[in-house]
Design a protein around this ligand. Structure first.
Ligand code: SAM
Ligand code: SF4
Length: 333
């Protein structure tokens, strides 16, 4: 039973852990073209330190973990961390979010160490465009990562697709098609203004209502699907008779904050109760004292706002708190 309950009675049993802010790609919606000043290796939490934070979290009711980044698979020997985390009493599920580039090489090791499932980010099915969106990525390596994930039995296999106006909104039909023969959960995600409430976001943002309309126009009949396993806020559908399913994650147009069950740990050791706002607490000074670490978990929830206010960015409206200036790769998406 989670003891991590906030003032809006939201129970927190899910911790998303960023293991690095580094990445082998530079996706246009996640990093600025000039790149980002990466942390020094010595600023990152070590695997032992992450293990400590999770142990205390598990004693307070954290049950599910997700490893993310930056790109988690650029951190050396990630399977060593997975093994440690999988042995912590109370932890039931360890998932991974990855761009998939190194997954073919690592899938088996990760599965053996205790990763239960993976989400793979994939924003275009066209090699040239994939390269453009990721600023250099090789689509075939991601497809090989997906194949390897099926082989080792990651279940369910989720694909994350951020839709952006003028970038990949003409591929909606191709993405929907992917779910017919493959048992994947393809999740369309709205583009969020995390750390960059700028014109690029305003012009690139696309409400997922557009996808539902587009699906109809293309002749796909989507029926509601309740059988997708996960912790997420995704609203799931299925094309009749398809092996896979389609999820809609609408953080901007229809936020799901009332059911938020997640906390985040950044790679440099900050606990964040909300992805959007800037409030964060550093765990580094409390690593030798479980009781103080517990108090830090509670403290992180005291001021957790009822919801984010991403949608206000579109009209430059005043917001009730200070939004984060960190980009997604620096927090852990
Ligand atoms: N590198 C890994 C990957 O790409 O899957 C993990 C980290 S990445 C920050 C986690 C997720 O955040 C990815 O699915 C990515 O597409 C998503 N993401 C990054 N920036 C975003 C933004 N501005 N809006 C919506 N999703 C974003
Ligand atoms: Fe890297 Fe993931 Fe951000 Fe793309 S979305 S730049 S793969 S961290």
């Amino acid at each position: 039973m989670s003891q991590l309950v906030d003032r809006f009675n939201r129970k927190h049993d899910y911790l998303r852990i960023s293991v690095t802010d580094r990445c082998n790609l530079r996706c246009v919606y996640c990093m600025p073209p000039e790149g980002i000043q990466f942390l020094k290796h010595s600023d990152l939490l070590s695997y032992e330190e992450i293990e400590k934070v999770v142990k205390v979290g598990a004693s307070l009711g954290i049950r599910k973990l997700r490893l993310t980044g930056g790109e988690p698979l650029v951190r050396k020997d990630l399977e060593v961390l997975v093994k440690k985390l999988s042995q912590i009493e109370g932890i039931e599920d360890i998932a991974l979010t990855t761009n998939g580039i190194f997954l073919a090489k690592k899938a088996k090791l990760l599965k053996e160490a205790g990763v239960t499932r993976v989400n793979i980010s994939l924003d275009s099915l066209r090699p040239d465009r994939y390269k453009e969106i990721t600023r250099g990525g090789d689509l075939q390596r991601v497809l090989d990562g997906i194949a390897a994930s099926f082989e080792v039995g990651f279940q369910p296999l989720k694909i994350n697709t951020v839709l952006m106006k003028g970038f990949n909104d003409d591929e909606i039909g191709d993405f929907l098609h992917m779910t017919i023969d493959q048992p994947i959960n393809l999740r369309f995600i709205e583009y969020m203004p995390i750390g960059h409430a700028d014109e690029a976001w305003k012009t690139g943002y696309l409400s997922l209502l557009f996808v539902k309309e587009k699906a109809k126009q293309l002749g796909f009949e989507l029926e509601k699907s309740e059988d997708v396993y996960g912790n997420g806020p995704s609203d799931n559908f299925r094309i009749r008779g398809a092996k896979g399913s389609i999820g809609f994650i609408n953080p901007v147009s229809d936020h799901f904050c009332s059911s938020c069950n997640r906390l985040r740990l950044t790679s440099d050791g900050y606990l964040k109760a909300c992805l959007y706002w800037d409030e964060e607490l550093n765990v580094k000074n409390y690593l030798d004292d479980d009781e103080k670490l517990k108090q830090l978990y509670f403290k992180s929830l005291i001021n957790k706002p009822e919801n984010h206010e991403m949608a206000k960015v579109m009209n430059d409206e005043t917001q009730s708190h200070q939004p984060t200036v960190r980009r997604m790769s620096q927090i852990g998406g």
